[in-house]
Write a protein that binds this ligand. Structure first.
Ligand code: AMP
Ligand code: MG
Length: 336
């Protein structure tokens, strides 16, 4: 397939992108979380194309993207809590799950009776959605299993020749996917942590749970199907080191042929051949922004077969970094 890449983000080009959506095609577009791979959310055939372009299992549901929180009424049954959350967090990196209306095809929800809805804050994304005139179903624009794309170049590497258009816009400012909160059950539950934290959500809904699957490998039927697959993985094996900084440095200092993810504060490790910093140890937002790009950088060097990473904090945005990294590592954690 011929993929057109748009570097110039102007009205005319966004209208052409919207036209592709109206005609049932696929367009990758920037958002503040990660790049999305979009299709008309009301067209089951278009949604199916997303799954084949990504090699994504068809029971892993898609998030639908709207440009105004009130548009959710067309697609799902909202409630008071939805509007409270919308007032505080939308547009932004929060996805909410609600019971779906009939108009949303099962091809988009992976057969579920619920649908996930988000309003991106990226201006490019919202303008593109508005011009399309429908909700846009979009997972991350990477091949299934790989780290999500946070730069246009990542999308080009994974999707060129597989989709109709790539809007090559800005780098993703957040760098990790949205927080997913289900409002479709008795007690609201976080299925995926993101920039909007547990602590912040608790201020709006004091009763809130975090799904066990956020940090553990799932057994049995997952509540959020996407959580069961190995995810975000670079070519090399990733192992998380759970220890104090001194012990981690002592363990890694001789591993000159390994990829090493560390922090700005790890001066000794940073002088090693294949080390890369995730930013400051005390800045989880910086780590979130850099994580996927760093994992993909290791893919450029075929000599690296093993990557070691530090154990992120489980507080605030740290929980989202930990959630992605532990999946990239296939839950391989080495305690020292
Ligand atoms: P991504 O493909 O990276 O955007 O991931 C979308 C995530 O949203 C996956 O983990 C899905 O399992 C989750 N998701 C989407 N819709 C639903 C839903 N109705 N119920 C539970 N999880 C959902
Ligand atoms: Mg994804």
């Amino acid at each position: 397939m011929n993929t057109e890449i748009i570097y110039d983000i102007n009205d005319e080009n966004l209208d052409r992108a919207a036209e592709i959506i109206k005609n049932g095609g696929l367009v990758a577009f920037p958002t503040e979380t990660v790049y999305g791979l979009g299709a008309n959310a009301l067209d089951p055939l278009a949604a199916k194309k997303i799954y084949s372009a990504k090699n994504r299992p068809s029971n892993n549901p898609l998030i639908i993207h709207i440009s105004d929180p009130a548009d959710a009424e067309k697609y799902c049954f909202t409630n008071e809590l939805y509007y409270k959350l919308a007032k505080r967090f939308m547009p932004g990196p929060l996805t909410v799950i609600l019971p779906k209306k009939d108009i949303v095809p099962y091809a988009v929800t992976g057969g579920l009776e619920t649908v996930a809805v988000r309003v991106p804050s990226s201006k490019t994304a919202r303008s593109f959605i508005e011009r399309s005139g429908v909700a846009i179903a979009a997972p991350s624009a990477n091949l299934s299993g790989k780290p999500s794309p946070t730069k246009a170049q990542h999308v080009i590497l994974d999707m060129y020749g597989r989709i109709d258009m790539i809007i090559a816009g800005e780098d993703s400012q957040i760098g990790l996917e949205s927080t997913i909160l289900s409002l479709a059950e008795a007690v609201p539950k976080i299925y995926r942590p993101g920039k909007v934290t547990y602590e912040e959500l608790k201020e709006i809904c004091p009763d809130i749970l975090i799904s066990d699957a956020v940090l553990h490998m799932h057994t049995g039927r997952p509540e959020s199907p996407g959580m069961m697959y190995q995810h975000y993985a670079p070519k090399a094996k990733v192992t998380i080191i759970d220890s104090d900084d001194k012990t981690r440095t002592a363990f890694l200092i001789n591993k000159t042929d390994c990829g090493i993810l560390c922090y700005d504060e790890d001066k000794e490790l940073l002088s090693m051949p294949y080390s890369k910093s995730l930013g400051s140890k005390s800045e989880p937002l910086e780590q979130a922004k850099l994580l996927f790009a760093r994992l993909r950088e290791f893919d450029e060097n075929d000599d690296i077969t093993q990557i070691y990473a530090p154990m992120p904090s489980d507080k605030g945005v740290g929980l989202a970094v930990l959630n992605r990294l532990i999946r990239a590592a296939g839950f391989d954690v080495k305690e020292l």
